[in-house]
Design a protein around this ligand. Structure first.
Ligand code: PPE
Length: 325
């Protein structure tokens, strides 16, 4: 990770070196943090943050689920993010807002602990390796499953959830794969350690239902909107493991992973092992937004200058934290 100049912490922009926390912070002991991952792109029309409002909203939803009272409004956090990205002079970057339980209470009950908010930015290139957006990645099913419903809410993006993701990821990498795909506790396909998954067969796109222990990704919602705009059939449905072995195309989505094709699963080649036509079409529409600054849907918040076309987004119910469809 490249060091940046500044970090936003509890309302102030401070030097990177000064952004420290106490060892008795609740989050360190009990995983009580909620965070987001957002990308800012250097588009042809200027630097722009993708899905700013949607990510900040999900951060607040995650905090609410864990009964964390946010000391700022969503608008204040959005403004702080824009300020920090400008202050660090990024043209493109990854943005990590985090809310965590600080000091004042140890023991499981977090209610006496302070609530702290910080935002960091750094430059982050390809998430799953070089050239993967064209060539695709090799993945395996993990021996680890996702958490059962009613254990840790998968719809909240909380630090503690990522212990499961770490086990999935380390196992996959140690076995020579770019990523691991986890099943839910019922044995159906859930998601990758940091990505949602889509499977295509006979022209039909399928993705796991939001109640299948997934994080309902914002990129997932964007792909659903793009597919609808392009008249490509897409359904949220339960997916068997073997469906991935006979799929025509598979891709994974996430803020970091963007739209990454999968070329093999458990060493079964997906289709002909090359990026498929539907994945390519969806990628092209997504790249129109993040490379060319195409903002007809209002997904981009430009840092300065023209092209600001509102940031309300029109993703509607496709981007929700915890609703089953
Ligand atoms: N599932 C999980 C478990 C997940 O962590 C992510 C994001 C997604 C799905 C996709 O969500 P969205 O980004 O809203 O489309 N993973 C973030 C974490 C990366 C990391 O290593 O940290 C990300 O892509 O930013």
């Amino acid at each position: 990770m490249n060091k940046t100049e500044k970090i936003w912490m509890n309302g102030e922009i401070i030097p990177f070196e000064d952004a420290k926390i106490h060892i008795l912070s609740h989050a360190i002991h009990y995983g009580s943090s909620m965070f987001e991952g957002i990308r800012c792109y250097d588009t042809d029309k200027g630097s722009a943050i993708l899905f700013l409002k949607e990510h900040v909203r999900r951060l607040f939803d995650s905090a609410k689920i864990y009964r964390v009272e946010m000391p700022y409004t969503q608008e204040e956090v959005e403004k702080a993010i824009v300020e920090l990205v400008s202050e660090n002079k990024h043209r493109s970057c990854y943005i990590r807002p985090i809310v965590y339980r600080g000091t004042g209470a140890l023991g499981v009950n977090p209610t006496g602990a302070s609530v702290e908010v910080a935002i960091a930015t750094w430059e982050w290139g390809s998430y799953l390796g070089e050239d993967v957006l064209e060539k695709g990645v090799d993945v395996k099913f993990s021996t680890w499953q996702r958490q059962a419903p009613n254990t840790f809410p998968a719809g909240a993006k909380a630090g503690g959830n990522y212990l499961n993701s770490q086990l999935i990821k380390m196992e996959a990498v140690m076995d020579g794969y770019a990523e691991g795909i986890a099943l839910d506790v019922f044995g159906y396909v859930s998601e990758g350690s940091g990505e949602n998954i889509f499977v295509i067969r006979d022209g039909q796109i399928m993705t796991p239902v939001s109640s299948q222990s997934i994080l309902p990704g914002i990129t997932r919602g964007a792909v659903m909107t793009i597919a609808e705009d392009l008249d490509i059939p897409l359904k949220e449905t339960m997916i068997n493991r073997e469906m991935l072995y006979v799929a025509d195309e598979i891709f994974m989505t996430g803020t970091a992973a963007e739209i990454t094709p999968v070329r093999s699963v458990d060493k079964y080649t997906v289709g002909d092992g090359k990026i498929g036509p539907i994945t390519k079409k969806l990628q092209q529409s997504y790249f129109d937004v993040i490379k060319h600054g195409e903002n007809s849907r209002g997904w981009l918040t430009f840092l300065s200058g023209a092209s600001t076309n509102g940031t309300d987004g029109v993703l509607g119910s496709k981007i929700t934290t915890n609703s089953a469809s």
